[in-house]
Design a binder for this molecule. Structure first.
Ligand SMILES: Nc1ncnc2c1ncn2[C@@H]1O[C@H](COP(=O)(O)OP(=O)(O)OP(=O)(O)O)[C@@H](O)[C@H]1O
Length: 309
């Protein structure tokens, strides 16, 4: 079976400098994949190439098995695109605009009405059918932008920073809609905000300086940095000095009168030594858990220049 998206050795040069270099990625099934990177990392360049808006310099892009360069028409039928600035005609009503988008997507005349009704229902904009787009709030405009991206039921929906600039309530609603859409489409969603990708995505692809620096599940990203601290809760905590005496402990701090954070070096076996000491010294240990690396630290580590890059 064809992958929904397959990118091989993709590179693009604007005039004299490379914007992206040797990018490989694959999306095999529905769900949300996050494309994360700082400003200027190469996200929009990659997305524009995937959507056939920009002609790449080197490499191959396949959408559902169709080459975006040599089989552009078939490939583009399988793509919906929501660019950073949604392509809305604000002097049209929601119905007029979506009918126009359906025509652009070559939906047969007899099926346009039902396609428009269905997508409005799906995106929660049916009650605004006759409203001019310019009179909609930012969140509802974004819903119309999403509706035009899925009206032809593409396999892949590409969204460039779709939650940027929304207020907190709109943000929650638009995120919910994107998650619903991802149940029966593959969604590639870009953001420069790690927490946004973390909330929405099951997989993450990170680009920095035009190069791919990480591609795996969100869980693998969370576990990327080995833990160097743990938290202990005890009914009868010892003096901090007793904890510092245990081999491998580098620092310990009291969080509450029953909770201590312990920093360590030399591997996770430290937990065994702490449990043994806790039993021998009657700390009445109730909880001990390793703390994951902070997300922002992982982002910083991955986005700093790699040796030989
Ligand atoms: N039309 C262009 N001509 C020349 N250079 C460009 C052009 N568009 C982008 N670039 C450069 O290519 C690199 C990647 O830009 P791109 O817009 O793809 O990054 P991005 O990750 O989408 O950033 P942002 O989050 O700011 O949109 C940057 O160095 C940018 O300055």
């Amino acid at each position: 079976m064809n992958s929904i998206l397959k990118i091989e050795q993709l590179s693009h040069k604007y005039t004299s400098s490379w914007a992206i270099r040797d990018i490989n990625m694959e999306i095999a099934q529905n769900g949300i994949v996050g494309l994360l990177g700082s400003n200027g990392a190469g996200k929009s360049t990659t997305m524009n190439i995937i959507c056939g808006v920009l002609n790449h310099t080197e490499g191959d892009v396949y959408i559902n098995g169709f080459d975006i360069r040599t089989q552009a028409e078939s490939a583009k039928k399988e793509i919906g695109f929501l660019p950073q600035i949604p392509p809305l005609y604000t002097d049209l009503t929601v119905d007029e605009y979506l009918r126009y988008c359906a025509e652009l997507r070559f939906i047969e005349n007899g099926k346009i009405k039902s396609a428009v009704e269905e997508v409005k229902e799906r995106c929660g904009i049916a009650h605004f059918s006759n409203r001019l787009i310019r009179n909609l709030s930012g969140g509802y405009r974004q819903r119309v932008g999403i509706a035009q991206a899925i009206i032809h039921k593409p396999k892949l929906v590409v969204m460039d920073e779709p939650t940027n600039g929304l207020d907190p309530n709109q943000l929650i609603e638009v995120r919910k809609l994107i998650k619903e859409i991802a149940l029966d489409h593959a969604v590639l969603l870009s953001s420069h905000i790690l927490s946004e990708i973390h909330i929405l995505c099951k997989e993450i692809i990170m680009i920095e300086g035009g190069r791919l620096v990480f591609a795996d599940t969100m869980d693998a990203f969370d576990n990327y940095m080995p833990s160097n601290s743990l938290m202990m809760r005890m009914e009868n905590p010892p003096p901090i000095g007793d904890i510092l005496n245990i081999q491998g402990v580098t620092r310990a701090e009291l969080l509450t009168d029953k909770q201590v954070r312990v920093y360590f070096e030399g591997g996770e076996e430290i937990t065994e030594r702490l449990v043994v000491a806790g039993v021998q010294q009657n700390w009445q240990l109730r909880e001990i858990s390793l703390e994951k690396g902070q997300l922002d630290d992982i982002f910083k580590t991955l986005s700093s220049p790699q040796p030989n890059s």
